[in-house]
Design a protein around this ligand. Structure first.
Ligand SMILES: Cc1ncc(COP(=O)(O)O)c(C=O)c1O
Length: 377
């Protein structure tokens, strides 16, 4: 094995499935099927069936899926919506763009919403909760949905990172009033650009969301049911996603195998906390393999210099981003996690040898720094 170990290796995936990728391009170009066509319909049906919901509506991005959900559920001025600060900005952005106020609660060591903090954050203005299933690990959806029912709140599951993940044998995105996926290239199932999806069991919400994504049109281009947006999942992307989805089961299995290699190899190394181990009520799909270290910044620098791409999500928590106006929230765990987390290369095309090289490099970092410290005496 030689060369850099990429964080995600798109060219390798293309080489491994070149015929299939090229076949999709040829099929779409030959048919001229670009907008709201058969491939999209097929993909929506497949995802709805896989997740276990009635409707799946393809949109432009996960960001739009969140925003359209917030609008369809009627979140607006004067409303509060509870979510976490340890997430991609789009989760909070959707609440703000809809005109409502985000209320951020802290996370637990599994990087997901601390469900013990939800009830304290509920006020007479609270209308909804957006749990985020981060890194391909489900939130405790029994607790989230129980509280939602008790306080009459609507739930949007942010499952952007969790296609295939399960809680108590049920797939993420099948619990909430709506749920969203992202098909950004690096995601569990990624397209060749941007893509997203909203899932729901509610027929009325599904109709509203379908109208929102296509300028108010659902069954006919002649009849406009409401003002909407133009945020459709392109038929080409749907065709690519259909092709990739036929490999999805084996890809999830491979991610879980790689996670076991990292778990085993990194246990007890330096001050590392390995990725929370999957099991029990949780079936994890490892969108990301995340470790924590008090010496994270030095470790990232060392890895990058020795040819391993590692990523920090997110070094500055949202409530410390000055432009967002979220400074009022006190999120000590989020801050600690932001200072310590590091995501390692994790994708189905990563070889065992490469995963073992990543482990050896990490061991090398802690070994070298121990020797350096010893040399100081
Ligand atoms: C947790 C989470 N929510 C929402 C999004 C937004 O998805 P997209 O990039 O498709 O807009 C992402 C994507 O990074 C995400 O990770």
């Amino acid at each position: 094995m030689s060369g850099r170990i990429r964080f995600v290796n798109y060219p390798r995936q293309y080489q491994q499935h070149k015929k299939e990728f090229d076949g999709v391009f040829e099929e779409i170009m030959s048919g001229g099927d670009f907008i709201l066509r058969r491939h999209l319909e097929v993909f929506e049906k497949r995802i709805a069936e896989y997740v276990g919901v009635k409707h799946a509506i393809g949109v432009n991005t996960g960001t739009d899926a969140l925003y359209l959900s917030a609008r369809a559920l009627g979140f607006g001025p004067g409303d509060e919506v509870i979510t976490v600060g340890h997430t991609f900005v789009a989760t909070v952005g959707a609440i703000v763009q809809a005109g409502a106020s985000p209320v951020l609660v802290d996370v637990r060591d599994d990087y997901n919403m601390d469900v013990d903090l939800i009830e304290k954050a509920i006020t007479p203005k609270t209308r909804g909760i957006i749990p985020v299933h981060l890194n391909g690990h489900s939130c405790d959806m029994d607790r989230v949905m129980g509280l939602a029912r008790r306080y009459n709140l609507r739930v949007i599951e942010d499952a952007a990172q969790a296609l295939g993940a399960e809680f108590k044998g049920r797939r993420c995105a099948s619990f909430g009033d709506t749920a969203i996926f992202s098909f950004y290239p690096a995601k569990m199932l990624g397209t060749l650009g941007d893509g997203g999806m909203v899932c729901t069991n509610d027929d009325n919400l599904a109709r509203t969301l379908s109208a929102y994504r296509d300028n108010g049109r659902v069954d006919s281009v002649e009849v406009i049911e409401c003002y909407g947006w133009c945020t459709r999942l392109d038929n080409f992307h749907a065709a690519i996603l259909n092709m990739k989805f036929s490999h999805f089961g084996e890809w999830v299995k491979r991610r879980r195998e790689l996670a076991r290699i990292y778990d085993k190899g990194l246990e007890g190394v330096g001050d590392i906390s390995i990725h929370p181990v999957s099991g029990g009520d949780y079936f994890d799909v490892y969108q990301n393999y995340v470790i924590r270290s008090g010496r994270r910044n030095g470790l990232v620098k060392y890895l990058r210099e020795s040819g391993v791409e590692a990523l920090i999500s997110w070094p500055t928590p949202l409530h410390k981003q000055k432009a967002l106006g979220l400074e009022r929230f006190h999120l000590p765990k989020t801050e600690q996690i932001s200072a310590e987390v590091l995501s390692l290369p994790m994708y189905p095309e990563l070889t065992d040898e490469e995963a073992n090289t990543v482990i050896e490099k990490i061991k090398g970092f802690f070994c070298e720094s121990r020797l350096e410290r010893a040399g100081n005496f």
